[in-house]
Write a protein that binds this ligand. Structure first.
Ligand code: SIN
Length: 559
């Protein structure tokens, strides 16, 4: 068993709190939910009958987050012959030994019931000719167990149903266009409130303070740390950075999943890129190189439906061997009628970029897709900060390990938000005054965002080396010392991106092995003897400190 050890970070001077004007307004709510995807809205709906008031705050409009963009679907053992145990095994194997087995057991056992509740709420999943829910397969699953809606618009349908339910709930107040800047902490270090910056909501315009007794963080991931991502523009790691500054622990940040089949739009295309769902391979599409040779033959027994990290690595390897900027997905044999019915969104998007999947190969390359790590929580979503809970992509509940199994993310948000709601009302903190915050405030300029994203992509992306990671941390350290000349949304977001990038790059540098989505060219093998366990990051005296905590591999060394 490896030993526990702590490390000094290579990047210092990250702001201990964000510069912001004094609050111009205040309000109160028992609970503040930050984020409005499946995790946030499920938490709000589940809590509304147990507390006096729930305030949902979201940085853009309610449907602007990652849930809306989810294509493939939601995984649960709903099909005939399938069992939670089989789902559990697939999840543990994909997670490459780094899952929390108890969290996985909860996910797969509570999943089917949680999905049935989503249906009862009004979500319309696709059905087959016999009236049963249609289930498809994605990478790493040994069974058809992915429920989908609108063909490839699962997230949008779930988001619609949740928004309608929230709109019908007078106990829930929604504030849109509001960035959660920092938590307000009470004398005991627990939650007393949160500062928000509201962009144009009448009387609540500008920076204000919401006093509350609990905060549920459901603010999504960090995809915008990288130049190319499937994540929307709002995914700037705000929740993780805010939690870190407030004293929470971040875990497994180095495990960032790169989706293998993201449509390649050219080297100059930055920001959110079109996803070509794994479900397209689930329906029979396959990867080929520039010679037309099948890429996944002989690489893994599941071939094109191998776990996501295996497919992303195979694509990347062939790209490096051949010097090509992408590979190809061949789905022409699915035919026009099938494409139009099963994948209408992807078909329209590809065509809008000049590629017709019915007649053309689709150019694809890996791009950042999902943060498997995040705010470390227990099995009821509690972070280490009293009164702060986390759920969904912002959290690290332990279900994803080193590589999330396809379509387990919507399920995680659903299951763990329900669990938070079972304990939070009984744990509501007494109202407390926030203590004056003495920590030095800072910000880096919004203008450094592109430079940050480019170094993270080239040096901390799919393929990592010690030399590249040292270059990246050097640049991040330099950027951390660049003061902002404006206090605005771009600076707040970029400071959050920098805070998370610094911790992510540090963990990636320290983990000298290849495991799941963390791929080190200089340490190409998984090394349980040294690295079975987790990197935890906490904030101390203006910088992140990393501690490696050993834990036995949860897949028995299988993957
Ligand atoms: C996809 O549709 O390929 C993405 C599903 C997921 O990320 O779980």
């Amino acid at each position: 068993m490896p030993s526990e050890r702590s490390f000094d970070p290579p990047v210092r001077r990250v702001p201990a709190r964000l510069s912001a004007p004094d609050p111009g307004w205040t309000t109160r709510s028992d609970v503040v939910v930050i984020g409005s995807g499946i995790a946030g809205l499920t938490a709000a709906l589940r809590l509304k009958d147990h507390v006096d008031k729930v305030l949902v705050v979201t940085k853009d409009v309610l449907a602007a987050g990652s849930t809306q963009w989810a294509q493939g679907g939601i995984a649960a053992a709903l099909g005939e012959g399938d069992t939670p145990e089989e789902h559990e095994l697939d999840t543990l194997v994909a997670g490459a030994g780094a899952c929390d087995p108890e969290a996985v057991r909860i996910l797969v056992n509570e999943g089917p019931e949680a999905v049935r509740e989503l249906i009862a709420l009004g979500t319309n999943f696709d059905h087959d000719a016999d009236g049963l829910i249609s289930l498809t397969r994605e990478g790493g699953h040994h069974r058809d167990r992915i429920a989908h809606a609108g063909g490839d618009a699962t997230g949008a349908e779930i988001q619609r149903a949740l928004i309608e339910a929230v709109a019908a709930a007078p106990e829930i107040e929604v504030v849109q266009h509001a960035l959660a800047v920092d938590l307000l902490l009470a004398e005991d270090g627990g939650v007393a409130g949160v500062t928000l910056h509201v962009m144009g909501e009448g009387q609540r315009d500008g920076v204000g303070a919401v006093h509350c007794r609990a905060v549920v963080l459901a603010s999504g991931g960090l995809g915008q740390v990288f130049s190319q991502t499937t994540n929307p523009s709002v995914s700037t790691g705000d929740g993780m950075a805010l939690a870190l500054r407030a004293g929470a622990t971040l875990r497994d940040l180095e495990f960032v999943q790169f989706h293998p089949t993201v449509m390649y739009l050219g080297a100059d295309s930055h920001g959110q890129q079109p996803l070509i769902s794994e479900a397209v391979r689930g329906e029979g599409a396959f990867l080929v190189d520039f010679e037309g040779d099948r890429l996944m033959k002989g690489v893994h027994p599941l071939e094109d439906l191998a776990p996501r990290d295996v497919v992303a690595k195979a694509i990347m390897k062939r790209m490096l061997e051949t010097g090509q900027p992408h590979m190809w997905l061949d789905a022409r044999h699915l035919g026009e009628a099938f494409w139009a019915k099963r994948f209408p969104t992807i078909l329209a998007t590809a065509r809008s970029h000049g590629v017709d999947p019915v007649t053309d190969l689709i150019p694809v390359a890996p791009a950042c897709h999902y943060a498997s790590g995040g705010v470390r929580t227990d099995l009821h979503g509690r972070s280490g900060v009293p009164g702060l809970y986390a759920t969904g992509e912002v959290a690290c509940s332990g279900v994803h390990g080193a590589n999330r199994l396809a379509s387990n993310s919507l399920l995680e948000g659903l299951v763990f938000s329900r669990r938070i709601a079972t304990v939070l009302p009984g744990e509501l903190r007494p109202w407390a005054d926030p203590v004056a915050d003495q920590r030095p405030a800072g910000l880096v300029p919004g203008g450094v965002r592109t430079e940050l994203q480019e170094v993270m992509t080239s040096k901390v992306g799919v393929l990592r080396t010690a030399a590249g990671l040292a270059d990246a941390t050097g640049l991040l350290d330099k950027l951390a010392g660049t003061p902002a000349d404006a206090v605005d949304l771009a600076s707040w977001e970029t400071t959050n991106l920098l805070t998370i990038s610094a911790a992510l790059a540090a963990a990636a540098m320290l983990r000298e092995e290849t495991r799941g989505s963390h791929w080190r060219e200089d340490f190409p093998e998984r090394d349980d003897a040294r690295w079975a366990g987790h990197f935890d990051t906490v904030f101390e005296d203006g910088s992140s400190v990393l501690t490696f905590r050993p834990e036995p591999a949860s897949d028995g060394g299988a993957s």
